[in-house]
Design a protein. Structure first.
Length: 429
């Protein structure tokens, strides 16, 4: 009896196997093989609310599906899925800006059979806000330091910079901090731009298109070629006005001048912005009643870089000595009845002057001849150049005070005489 039962069981198994062969082979029903695993998934593009992906195509598949989620488990409220993608590229939309997501791709056969999902990769969306609060925090001889506020959704920043006013290619510093320093040359003003970005472990970087920018400067160089251009007003050489010039600094946001007396006592301090200095064609006018004609004075100039509310100055220029034209310049004949005795030119003493030089000419526009140099406050003039003074001629004269410091001679204002000279008439001598 047992052998009959065993035989029936074996017959039943054979019958079922034969039936399956008929069903699946005999009538042409085909089982689809599962698609291969998708490889080479990578992020190709980014936007504020989406990303673009590409991957290696899998042969003989009908479509692909993309899944994404903030959690690697692909579960939770941030989970999403996109089906029926017929190419090996795809986009994900509806994401949150400045976020990191996980994404994976699965191949799908024509009958809906799913392949093994790709390895999940991180993808990032573009931060929604630009950098705020950009400022220079320090100025050094060959370095500028800067900082900014954390941008929402950013975990990386590109700092681009180049010399201001040039079309040089931007150089970049990439940092995950909200501060950095730019090292370069001395006396340089930079254009600085900061881009908010987000990156992930694949190395892909999503960057805002619009940077935040401003000018930043190193400390200015030592100011050179300081000089007095002219003094006084158009009608009064004693007016408290002096005009200076110097070589501009490329880095300076402005300049600070300090004027002292002949013995070094501070008289005044003033500033001028670089824009004002440039607008005045490289001149600075100082107007103060403290600028007297009674002494030589000294000036030194420093360039400054504006860092926040503070002015950070570079090295001071060499001291430049200057003086307006001497006071009380006048002339009178030595002998009213004899011009051959000469004409006496006199003036008031100027503190700090070592000597005075008197010049004479028959024209106010030039042709000046040196009449003589004296340590006193007067000089008798008998000749103009090689010719004796003649009756009935108008002569022009000027007095220049001189000061010698360490082998260098500084002179009082000569420019005023180009506009107005003192006149000596000999018509009645």
């Amino acid at each position: 009896m047992k052998s009959l039962v065993n035989g029936a069981v074996k017959f039943s198994k054979l019958w079922m196997l034969a039936l399956m062969c008929v069903l699946f082979l005999g009538v042409g029903i085909k089982v689809e093989a599962a698609p291969g695993q998708v490889t080479g998934v990578k992020q190709e593009a980014d936007a504020t609310y989406g990303v673009g992906l590409s991957w290696n195509g899998v042969p003989d598949v009908a479509s692909y599906s993309i899944e994404w989620c903030e959690d690697l488990t692909f579960m939770g409220t941030s989970y999403g899925k996109k089906d029926n993608i017929t190419q090996n590229i795809g986009t994900i939309t509806g994401l949150t800006s400045g976020k990191t997501y996980y994404a994976r791709v699965t191949a799908v056969a024509a009958d809906g059979t799913l392949g093994q999902s790709s390895q999940a990769i991180q993808v990032v969306t573009t931060p929604s806000s630009v950098v705020q609060g950009l400022k220079q925090t320090k100025a050094e001889n060959k370095k500028v330091s800067l900082s900014w506020n954390q941008a929402e959704g950013a975990n990386l920043y590109d700092v681009g910079y180049r010399k201001a006013g040039t079309q040089d290619k931007l150089k970049y510093i990439t940092t995950d901090k909200t501060a950095c320093a730019i090292s370069g040359a001395a006396d340089v003003k930079y254009e600085v731009y900061v881009y908010a970005m987000r990156t992930c472990d694949t190395g892909y970087v999503a960057s805002v298109e619009k940077p935040t920018g401003m000018y930043m400067s190193t400390l200015p160089k030592k100011i050179t070629k300081v000089k007095m251009v002219e003094s006084g007003s158009d009608t009064n050489p004693q007016a408290g006005i002096v005009v200076f010039s110097w070589n501009a600094s490329k880095a300076a946001d402005g300049y600070e001048i300090e004027i002292s007396s002949n013995n070094g006592k501070k008289i005044l301090k003033k500033t001028i912005t670089a824009k004002q200095f440039e607008a005045s064609r490289g001149f600075m006018e100082v107007n103060s009643s403290k600028l007297k004609n009674t002494q030589f004075m000294r000036i030194k100039v420093k360039g400054y870089t504006q860092v926040g509310k503070s002015k950070k100055t570079g090295p001071a220029s060499n001291i430049y000595y200057f003086a307006k034209c001497p006071n009380n310049i006048k002339n009178a004949p030595v002998n009213n009845s004899d011009l051959a005795a000469g004409v006496k030119v006199s003036w008031s003493k100027m503190t700090g002057a070592n000597n005075y030089t008197v010049y004479i000419s028959t024209s106010s526009n030039g042709g000046w001849k040196k009449a003589g140099t004296t340590k006193g406050t007067s000089l008798v003039i008998k000749k103009c150049g090689g010719s004796t003074l003649r009756t009935g001629v108008t002569y022009y004269y000027k007095v220049v005070a001189n000061k010698k410091v360490k082998g260098k001679t500084y002179s009082s204002d000569k420019a005023w005489y180009k506009r107005f000279s003192y006149i000596m008439r000999t018509y009645y001598y």
